[in-house]
Ligand binder design. Structure first.
Ligand code: ZN
Length: 153
């Protein structure tokens, strides 16, 4: 069972790593930020269109390993339609899951979202890859702060 699950997660990462969703530039984004993970060489640029406090569209470009690309792809899919506060909340929970492998505080409200992001929970076994997985979410927080440059620290 565990091995099957692992294969499934692997498949999700490979799929999103090879064919990232929302991989494009938004022409006139309301918010944008760059993210840089020098440990691995991952770089992304994130674009957000806002509708009031809600994320109407999210897209990214960049170059990086399969994990950073898959994470950015899954992140942009997950935050579309969310408010800024909900997106920040998800970022915090995702960070916890990436570092520990589980997220006991996530609760039922985030179940669907966290299920989708679960594919990346395996990175907690590889500390050097945690930053690859969290880069997109750091960059999201930076964009929502109105900032421009995020590092993976
Ligand atoms: Zn990486």
């Amino acid at each position: 069972m565990f091995d099957d699950l692992r294969d499934l997660y692997q498949e999700v990462i490979l799929d999103h790593g090879r064919k990232p969703r929302n991989f494009k530039r938004l022409e006139t984004p309301d918010l944008s930020a760059r993210g840089d993970n020098p440990m691995c060489g991952d770089r992304i640029e994130l674009f957000l269109d806002m509708d009031g406090d809600r994320i109407a569209d999210a897209a990214f470009q960049g170059r990086g390993c399969a994990i950073s690309t898959a994470s950015a792809s899954l992140m942009t899919e997950t935050v579309k339609g969310k408010t800024a506060a909900e997106a920040r909340d998800l970022a915090a929970h995702f960070r916890e899951m990436a570092m520990t492998g589980t997220c006991p505080d996530c609760g039922a409200a985030l179940e669907d979202e966290m299920d989708r992001l679960q594919a990346l929970s395996g990175v907690h076994e590889y500390p050097s890859r945690v930053k690859c997985a969290t880069l997109a979410w750091h960059t999201l927080n930076t964009a929502l702060d109105g900032g421009k440059e995020a590092s993976s620290e």
